[in-house]
Design a protein around this ligand. Structure first.
Ligand code: PLP
Length: 373
């Protein structure tokens, strides 16, 4: 039987390394509430991401949710529906109204040329999403935000460790929220962080992640529980030592995919962006059925038959979720709709064998011009 190939495989440090890292917890019995691992990981991570401040959280979603809460916003937030449920949910769960902007058909990130027409007197913030490792038009977004005095909170879940023009991606906007979920380029099992400019914002998020506790006898905000525990921080310390090596392996895999699939009619690959030091987070392929001769669904099913599990990511769009039925009009984001119906992210993780990449591509190319099924 052939081995299953999943869309991703979580990175793990050598077993002995993790055991050594968590060993002192058996001395201290300090398992959570901003212990030694938490403090150490936070400081090492600020260095790695080259950002002035970060706050660690239980996951990327709580980073988004608590950052919005800490900013005490009201009204509308301009965002995109071509994202994971988390982005839209974080806005809605804060009592804010998402206003969906379409995406750029090349980068799949927010189309910065369409933001201004969506701004009203109720707009308070922009929450753009860096997608697949592609970076938003951070410069244009900054100009718009300045002009209209809007906050900018990036969903940076896909852009761990990336740089734009040599600057850590977490330096753009008022805040950037990272995810360290098991499936991401870098993981702490579950985890997340927010990088930010204003130290007051950081202090508030620190309190909000611990129930809004301000002092031993004072609770000054209606916070949540979103503290990163010591075992997750220890995982982060270990995985961080290997992440550059992992990104280099991902680069090789992406290049192999590219050399197999480049120039095929009806297949659109994701182009690397000028000035971006990529983390090679995902390998999205857009299938145009008319030119390629097979639909995204057919490719998905054929891979599945071969025990290869690609992912329809992002599909469906968040503005079509049944929990939002009748609230948003998907026709306002036609590019996002077009892409979401045709895109497939192919398996990609550091230890994926190049032979397997070739095999995946061979199966895909076997469907060209309706040759199979
Ligand atoms: C993973 C992800 C999140 C949520 O992060 P969690 O750590 O899983 O809570 C948010 N936005 C995007 C785009 C993501 O991919």
């Amino acid at each position: 039987m052939q081995k299953k190939i999943m869309v991703t495989q979580s990175s793990m440090p050598p077993f002995e390394e993790y055991i050594k890292e968590v060993g002192d917890l058996w001395e201290s019995h300090w398992l959570t509430n901003m212990g030694e691992k938490h403090r150490k990981f936070q400081s090492v991570l600020e260095g790695y991401l080259e950002v002035p401040n970060i706050e660690l959280l239980t996951n990327g979603h709580m980073a988004l949710e608590l950052t919005l809460q800490a900013m005490n916003l009201q009204g509308e937030v301009i965002t995109t529906p071509f994202t994971f449920a988390s982005t839209t949910h974080a806005i809605v769960r804060n009592g804010l109204t998402p206003v969906f902007c379409d995406i750029n058909s090349e980068t799949y990130t927010i189309d910065a040329n369409k933001i201004e027409e969506l701004i009203t007197d109720r707009t308070c913030a922009i929450m753009p999403v860096h997608v697949y490792g592609n970076i938003c038009d951070v410069e244009k977004i900054e100009r718009i935000a300045k002009k209209y005095e809007l906050k900018v909170i990036y969903d940076a879940a896909h852009s761990f460790g990336e740089k734009y023009k040599g600057v850590g991606i977490g330096n753009y906007g008022d805040a950037s929220c990272f995810s360290f979920h098991a499936t991401k380029v870098f993981n702490t099992i579950e985890g997340g962080a927010v990088s930010y400019k204003d130290p007051n914002l950081g202090n508030l998020i620190y309190e909000l992640k611990n129930f809004g506790i301000h002092g031993p006898e004072e609770v000054s905000a209606v916070g949540a529980n979103a503290k990163m525990n010591e075992f997750c921080a220890a995982m982060g310390l270990c995985n961080l030592r290997h992440v550059d090596e992992e990104i280099a392996k991902r680069k090789n895999i992406v290049e192999r995919y590219r050399s197999n699939l480049e120039g095929i009619k009806g297949i659109k690959l994701n182009n690397l962006q000028d000035g971006v030091q990529s983390n090679y987070a995902y390998f999205p392929v857009v299938f145009e059925e008319k030119e390629f001769g097979a639909s995204r669904e057919e490719v998905f099913r054929e891979l599945e038959k071969n025990d290869i599990y690609a992912r329809k990511y992002f599909y469906p769009l968040t503005n079509t979720f049944s929990c939002f039925q009748g609230i948003y009009d998907v026709n306002q984001t036609p590019v996002a709709l077009h892409i979401s119906k045709r895109v497939l992210t192919l398996p990609l993780y550091a230890d994926l064998a190049l032979d397997d990449v070739d095999r995946i591509c061979h199966i895909i190319l076997g469907l060209k011009d309706g040759k199979k099924s």
